[in-house]
Design a protein around this ligand. Structure first.
Ligand code: FEO
Length: 397
């Protein structure tokens, strides 16, 4: 990739990671980018860096705009290694006059790099610095998604450099929202929200209210992953409002694992009941055939989550434990739940699935259905009826 001017004298100089397929347990099947931005003003300023392995891409892109040794300031909006892995080497190359970071950013930088002689300058919400013609205003965004995270806002340009917020994992040669397929863009953005930010939804709501109150004029949002929102920044702001309120639609997600297809037959019968009762937006997700990060993306806007597992060693199937541990951590809200599963002799799976749902605060609408060994057409009728009951609960909620 090449440096690209995104506004007059403001450049994208980041790196595109076409080949990354796993981001600490999140499947990035279409890669990602680590965006860094350079402003040429009286004080030349670099916002964020990139993953260590892609440092040469960053340096190459900066050289297309300016000799890196001419950079005066660096801004560290977030210290996670995808944005700061190359920070020590870039500081060594640039030798900046000042490095701006949040109060927690300073602590996290020291914890990560143990280098106390860097010229760190702490900035808090409301602080601003002048670059010459432009100003940078800082807004701490604690827990979005690390305690150190912050936004940099350039009012003269109506530009918000938003760190992880409003981003998505998607490697593209295009740099702007109007250059890519909108539907695909929103799929990647919702996956990012579901997997990275869902847990912090109440904080997102507060931040959106704060941004509204501050009346920030924004005509471009430049996140640290994915494409830049210039055509329609309000599209992603409105989506974050919906997602952080955990709005749901009339949709059911059946997540299951099966040993010898008995639990799968139950899943299909429940699906049939849902469909017969008018719920046609249903996702059937086998826990060993779908990645946990894709499953949680479907959970984000679903009104009903239906969990199925065969009993294995008095417990649930391991892939279900993986998905549910992950889901519980992300704290989905506003869900109806029900459980089902086949068993051979002890049959504890449904009890465990109900416990997960209780822990997550789901509205469990049925004690759940257990079927010994292989279901019959007769016993599957109970599953069809459960599907119908769930459909009625979805429509009534
Ligand atoms: Fe993209 Fe939290 O790092």
């Amino acid at each position: 990739m090449s440096a690209l001017e995104i506004k007059k004298d403001i450049y994208w100089v980041g790196a595109v990671d076409w080949n990354v397929r796993d981001f600490h347990g999140y499947s990035t099947e279409r890669g990602t980018s680590y965006n860094a931005y350079l402003i040429k003003d009286e004080k030349i300023t670099l916002f964020d860096t990139v993953k260590k392995e892609l440092k040469s891409d960053l340096v190459h892109n900066i050289y297309q705009v300016v000799d890196p040794t001419k950079i005066d300031y660096m801004v560290v909006n977030h210290v996670e290694m995808d944005h700061s892995g190359s920070l020590p080497e870039m500081i060594e190359l640039i030798k900046p006059e000042k490095i701006f970071c949040s109060p927690m950013g300073k602590k996290v930088i020291l914890d990560h790099f143990h280098n106390a002689d860097w010229p760190l300058e702490v900035v808090s919400t409301g602080d601003s610095i002048s670059l010459g013609k432009r100003t940078v205003q800082f807004l701490e965004t604690k827990m979005l998604h690390w305690p150190d995270s912050m936004f940099s806002y350039i009012p003269e340009e109506k530009l918000l450099i938003s760190s992880d917020a409003f981003g998505h994992h998607w490697a593209t040669s295009e740099r702007f929202d109007d250059e890519v397929d909108t539907h695909e863009l929103m799929i990647h953005s919702s996956k990012y929200y579901a997997n990275i930010l869902m847990i912090f939804s109440p904080i997102v709501q507060k931040l959106l209210a704060q941004v509204k109150e501050m009346d920030l004029q924004i005509d471009m949002i430049a996140p640290d992953h994915g494409v830049i929102w210039r055509k329609s920044p309000e599209t992603i702001i409105n989506a974050y409002d919906r997602w952080s309120r955990q709005e749901t639609i009339d949709k059911a997600v059946i997540i299951y694992d099966t040993m010898w297809h008995s639990t799968e037959k139950m899943a299909k019968a429940i699906e049939s009941g849902l469909f017969q009762e008018g719920i046609h937006h249903i996702k059937m997700l086998h826990a060993r055939k779908n990645h946990r990060s894709d499953i949680i993306t479907e959970v984000l806007d679903a009104k009903a989550i239906i969990l199925g597992s065969a009993t294995l060693n008095n417990n649930i199937m391991p892939a279900m434990a993986d998905v549910l541990t992950y889901m519980k951590g992300l704290r989905p809200k506003n869900k109806i739940g029900a459980a089902f599963g086949s068993f051979g002799w002890s049959g504890e799976a449904v009890k465990h699935l109900n416990q997960y749902m209780e822990d997550m605060g789901f509205d469990i609408i049925d004690d759940g259905i257990k079927i010994k060994n292989v279901p019959t057409h007769e016993t599957l009728k109970h599953c069809v009826e459960l599907g119908k009951s769930i459909a009625k609960a979805i429509k009534g909620k």
